[in-house]
Design a protein around this ligand. Structure first.
Ligand code: ASP
Length: 340
């Protein structure tokens, strides 16, 4: 081939490289990294956008999902949807693993963990909080009204009271009865899928494609006083990255804390995995790392990407979740790695 061909070709390639470099830098410079990411990535262009959408852990949270959907379907902000939705189980005395009515720790204290994260990557968390019915709202105040991310224990309570929250007794008669019964044997062991409702983890994307998430729990029933689980820990119990997707989980928090589970799910989506593939990778990682503990313990993830596609997976059968999308709110049984 002629020298002229090579010269022309190489000029052509140089121009293309320059163009690509300029496009890349230009996109980053105008804060357009999200759009650029879409082009490079992950989500094939034929994947349709499917939002607004809200997804929550556990079937009984269908009412929480419906409350969140009301906000989303009227054009509201995903963060408001999360807060409104999570208020439902927090105020429900029959939900024994979240807020009011939650089972206490082994010393009889109802101690609550919660966190919230918005589309800008800002986060607020409360851990080991007592006497406040809506820890998700305190977490939001930590995010919005302080320079901090986590407030804990008495300090978190004091902060909540300063912000106008009411101090309440959250230990219901039924929860106290369960604690009295537990004390007879005082066995400290995780139980899989207790009554099929547990921590609420919720992810929502609004009409403006803003992705937010939240998580609220009273943690493991009859836990050691002072124990904090994965649910209020960003990266473990919840992670949101508006450029990629979000993940939240439920189950034995210690296994999730040690593997930074929700962050792992989001990073897998960043590397191009679908939400379903990403949650499967995280569950397999946990089981591979802790094969013995996994025999008796449940962990489950749900995930959403920025197109509105979702995924769900658990170690054992029995986990279900609620998806509100295209105007329909439905409970879906999750697939699992092990078959019992
Ligand atoms: N992950 C929560 C915790 O370990 C409990 C749960 O989801 O059931 O505190």
């Amino acid at each position: 081939m002629s020298e002229r061909y090579f010269a022309a070709k190489s000029k052509d390639m140089n121009t293309r490289r320059k163009f690509l470099r300029q496009t890349l830098l230009g996109s980053l410079a105008v804060g357009n990294a999200g759009r650029l990411f879409d082009q490079l990535d992950i989500n094939a262009p034929n994947v349709k956008n499917a939002f607004p959408v809200v997804i929550s852990t556990w079937g009984p949270n269908i009412k929480a999902n419906a409350a969140a959907w009301q906000v989303l379907s009227s054009g509201g902000y995903a963060l408001d949807a999360i807060e409104t939705g999570i208020h439902v189980p927090e105020a429900n005395p029959e939900d024994t693993s979240v807020g009011y009515g939650g089972y206490p720790d082994r010393d009889g204290h109802v101690t609550l963990d919660a966190c919230i994260m918005n589309e800008k990557g800002m986060a607020g968390c409360v851990t080991f909080l007592e006497h406040i019915m809506h820890p998700i709202s305190v977490a939001r105040k930590v995010m919005e009204n302080t320079p901090h991310v986590i407030m804990s224990g008495d300090g978190a309570l004091q902060f909540a009271l300063d912000q106008g929250f009411k101090k309440e007794n959250l230990l219901t008669k039924e929860a106290k009865k369960a604690w009295d019964l537990w004390k007879i044997e005082a066995k400290y062991e995780p139980v899989i899928n207790v009554e099929r409702h547990d921590t609420i983890g919720m992810l929502a994307m609004d009409m403006q494609q803003r992705l937010c998430g939240g998580c609220s729990t009273s943690g493991l029933a009859f836990k050691m006083h002072g124990r904090v689980g994965d649910s209020p820990v960003i990266g473990a119990g919840l992670f949101v990255d508006n450029e990629v997707g979000a993940a939240v989980c439920t189950g034995l928090g210690e296994m999730v804390l040690r593997t930074v589970g929700s962050f792992l799910v989001v990073e897998e989506m960043r590397r191009g995995k679908s939400p379903q593939k990403a949650v499967e990778i995280a569950i397999k990682r946990i089981v591979k790392k802790y094969p013995e503990q996994s025999k008796d313990a449940q962990v489950a993830f749900i995930a959403l990407d920025r197109k509105g596609r979702h995924g769900a997976y658990s170690i054992h059968p029995g986990f279900n979740y609620v998806l509100y999308q295209d105007g329909e709110n439905r409970i879906i049984e999750s697939t699992s790695l092990l078959d019992k």
